[in-house]
Structure formats: C-alpha cells, structure tokens
Design a protein around this ligand. Sequence first.
Ligand code: ATP
Length: 643
Amino acid sequence: AALSKKGDVDVKGGWKIGDPVPYAALAKTFSHIEATTKRLEKNAFLTSLLLLVIQRSAQGDFHSLLQVVYLCINRLSPDYIGLELGIGESLLIKAIGESTGRNATVVKADLKREGDLGLVAMGSKNSQKTLFKPKPLTVPVVFKNLRDIALTSGHASQAKKVSIITKLLAACQDFEAKYIIRSLEGKLRIGNAERSVLVAISHAAVIAESERSIKKWDEQKLASRLEEGSHIIKAIYSELPSYDQVIPSLLEYGINNLKEYCKLTPGIPLKPMLAKPTKAIGEVLDRFENKRFTCEYKYDGERAQVHKLEDGTVAVFSRNSEDMSKKYPDLVEQLPKCINDSTKSFVLDTEAVAIDRTTGKLMPFQELSRRKRKDVKVEDIQVRVCLFAFDLLYLNGKPLLQKSLQERRELLREHFTVVPGEFDFAKSSDSETTDEIQAFLEDSVRDGCEGLMVKMLDSDASFYEPSRRSVNWLKLKKDYLVGVGDSLDLVVVGGYYGKGKRTNVYGAFLLACYDSDSEEFQTICKIGTGFSEEVLQSHYETLKPLELVKVRGDVKVGGAKPDIWFEPKIVWEVLTADLSLSPVYTAAQGLVEDRGISLRFPRFIRIRDDKVANDATGPEQVAEMYERQSLAQKNGKSKKGCD
Ligand code: ATP
C-alpha cells in the first residue's frame, strides 16, 4: 500500500537527489494524514514520504531524514534536551497579523470562529494577494528557524521571535502556514502518535532495502520484514530514545544490524518500565503461581533514573526523560559517596523520596513537590531526599536489561553502598504466602510507603522491559486494598463555573483518559465534590491560562457539556469507588460495550505534575478495572448507573 502511494507527496518543480527536502512535501503529507482516520492510510502516507527522503538524500546525509522525523513528532531534539516549542497565542497572532497585513483584532476574531490558529494563518495567507511567488520553503530552513525560535531567550526575545515567524509565514504557500503555526504552538494535531512515526521509519527503511536488493523480494518476504522491522525499531527506540543516534545508524548499517550499534547508553534516558495495578494479594499469587517473585516497598516519591558516564558526569532524569539534574543538585552531590571504586559507569532506576534527616522518617510525595524545580541551590534546600534504588540497568560499559532481576539486584548490591538517609536499596522480601505478603504490605504502609511492587525474580520474564506496562511488575497499593476503589490519572479537559460562593472559580471539572492508539482524550466523569476553597482557587490559577475558545479536535466529548474547555495538559490522580457504563461519557467506548465507562463518586487525590497528558490512564486500563469490578460483584449483574 505504501509503495502504491509513492510519488503522491512529490512536489512540482522537481525534488532531485541531493536537494533539500521541500517543506511542501511534508505539509502535503500532514494534510493527507490529517484527512484520514484510518491507521493504515496514515502509515502509508508517512512511509511514502520517508521513503522518498531516504531515496533522495545524498550519500551520507542523515540530516534530511532526521529533520523530517523531528518535524513529524513536533520536536527539535531528544526529550531530555528540553528544547521546546509552544509559543503563546498572542505572539503568533501578532506574527500572523504582521506577515499578512491584517489587524490583530481581526485575526483574533477569526480564531474565535475557527478555533484553530493554523487554519486562521492559512486562510489569512491564501486570501492575501502577492506580487511575487516566494522562494519555496525547505525542511532545513524551517527546522533551523524553529530551533532559532526555541533557543531565543532574554532581552527582546519576543520581538526576535515575532520577526522570525513573520518571515517564515511570508514564504508559506498552500498548507504550509497551517502546519508551521501548529508546530510553533506545540501541537500538530494530525492524529499520528510517535509510535506510528517509528513504524513508518522502519517500513521506509525496509522498502528502501528491498528496492536496492538485486533479487526481487516476494510479497511474503516483504511483509515479514516489515513486521520484523517495526518490532526492531520500537525495541531499540525504547532503549535508546534518541533519533540523533538511531537515524544515522539506521541509514548506515540497515535495520537488521541496528541492535549492534544502538544500545542503552549512559546520558540518554531510557523509557522506564511500568507496572500493572492489582487489587488483591490473591491476584498476585495467581499471576506468579509457581514462579519466583519478590515484593519491594513502593516508595511514595518521584522516579529518578540516575546515570553516570565514564567521564564522571552524573545526570538525573524524570519518568518522562526530563533532565532533573538542576532540580536535584543535592542528589548529584550525594551520589559519589554510595558508588564503589569498581563502579565506573551505570544507569540506576530509583525513587527519590523526601526524608526527615533527623528522625530518618520518610515523608509523603506532597513534601517532595514543595521543592523548587529550577535553579535549586544545595544550600537553600529544605526538603532533603533519599534515593531508593530498585534496579540496575547498565554497569561498566554493559547494558543489563537482558539479565534476570535476581542478577541485576545482586550486581546492584555489590557495586553500591548504603549511606543512611541518602542512598539505600529498596526494601524487599522474597516471601511467598498471603500472610507474609500481607505483613510486608502493612510494614510498608507503616514506614510511609504507598504499598508494594511485586516483581518476577528470575527467568526471561524478569528482563527489564523499557516503556512497557508489564504484567511482570504488579503494584499493590494500600488504597486498592481497603476497598475504596481504583486510582486513575486523568486529564482535566473542561470546567464548569462555580455557584454561590464559588462564582469566581471553576466549581467542577470534566476529566478524560487518553487513548494513545487513536491519540484522543475520552471523557470519563465530572468531578466537583471534595475540593476546599483554597484548592479550587489554585486549580483556577493553573487552568485559567489553558482556556480554549473551542474544544480541541482530539477530545472525544460525547454528551458532556462543560462551560469552558481547557488545553489538555494537567493530570490529576483521582480515586473512584465504582465504575459504571455511561451513555454520556466516551471512555473505553466499544471495549466492554458500545457505551462508555464513567467513574462514580470520583475523588481528587493530587496533581501529578510528574506526568504529561499522554501518560494518563488509557481506555484499556479503564475497561480492565470495570471488568474486574463486574467479576467481583457476586450477583453478576452489570451496573446500569450513570451520571
Ligand atoms: P503511580 O501512579 O502508581 O506512581 P506510575 O504510572 O508512575 O504509577 P507505575 O509503573 O504504575 O508508574 O508504578 C510504579 C511507580 O512506583 C514507578 O514509576 C516509581 O516511580 C514508583 N516506585 C516506588 N517504589 C518502586 C519500586 N520498588 N519499584 C518500582 N517502582 C517503584
């Protein structure tokens, strides 16, 4: 399918081998992708573009493919470098006005009507009469300008940004202004997740290889190589999430040799392994029947992936691969004390937990979240942190992901030393009976933890699985056990104005889960009880700047009718006593039944500022919770309630 579409994104005026990639080819591809909801078609459009890029790049040029890939995922560098787009609306309105000779008030009025600044920019451009056709934009030019904008800071930076954007817009034709503006806003909105981009990269590489091969591949061989290629690239990217490393190696050595050249590397954070929730010890025992497993304290802090390079550099990364070394200069300073002489380079998986250094008592996550995030000076730090290491993923030049947890744990204990109050190993118990697990769980709660993590201990089922929510890691939170229900991480997508005393703030909120396959937010419940006045005021201050004039196209609304829509950005942890089928909300629609699933009596627990919107609970997890609950209801009747 991808091959038959080939040429569709080719552009008039020719695009010859060695030429820079025309931006028009990318914009045309984006518009094709945006216009279809079918996964396979989206993949075919992107694959054909990437294939053209590979075929028309000069020998040794990897920048063309690299820049196209970055523009497709709307980033300019790997996550951990933190070079971000996301230019404010008013600046963009100013630039659109200046480059098209329109008044900012008129542009604003258009935005109110259209709800999409990209469309407004395209409309403004296309209705403008120009004497000369501008020189066509190329990918390297757009990429460089976007980088310059992201890097501009300090004195007069606003004016500099507006000036670059204005010039870029002046050169736009057809769909280009729409996607340049959306890129600048930080949301491309074409419904193409990063995972799909990875698959398209692998498909383009495989097809390019098949075309170079002297002996023609039959359809079966091509299909199996395509399938194999997408597995390879996904696995490699989760271990080494840097296109700067993966793309040049892919072009030079080919997809089948990639594993040899792209491995976990200290300094580049890998996507962490995640756990599945469980509700009862019985469930744990069923899952791990006849297998060796271990229980560890589930510390209530912030995940910290600690890297040490051969040259002595230490870096701390968050769950989302952000560089947190500036937030935790104390950890960077503390670390050398716990490293043995034989330990030259490593990657540790740990939880950073607030601790009272005088009593040695662990403090809850809320304490940790009081710490400043930027420009922290060690001497100003009030809330001290202890690192609890639970995994070792790389040691002295070698990745350990394919070793069993038992082996990784032995190496961890051998190569690091406990420093009380600063560094420790996650407390563990390899006991097997319900009573023993129950007692250990109670200990963990008494010691200020959230519950237990239960992990497969040996065999290949205990390999470290980057970026996967794996059944080989189960979490057993105390909240689940006391029967108060499930905890979900949900995105705030809408607000309802308050009544009575609360008219100056939002009194209730519309929440959504996130489907990473379809890249859409699915509404799940309205939450409005249990907030204090102070909390409502603080939510108002956080959410007010995120107000939108129109609901975003990637929110599957259903029958919910909030007074105001928000940019889906803020994640809240919410507890629910019960899940029910709902004709109003769209979460997990079609997974259990045609109707969606909703939360009954949702309760706000805390803001999850360590998570971004795409980390929110997914519809499959919502469906799983609903089904588990139905199973548990002895009478077997399904719930009909909804709000
Ligand atoms: P949660 O909302 O429960 O923190 P999460 O989505 O961040 O979950 P999960 O994989 O579901 O991640 O739960 C594991 C989290 O618990 C890890 O991300 C980590 O921050 C924390 N944690 C604390 N102690 C441990 C441990 N011993 N092993 C693994 N993770 C631990």
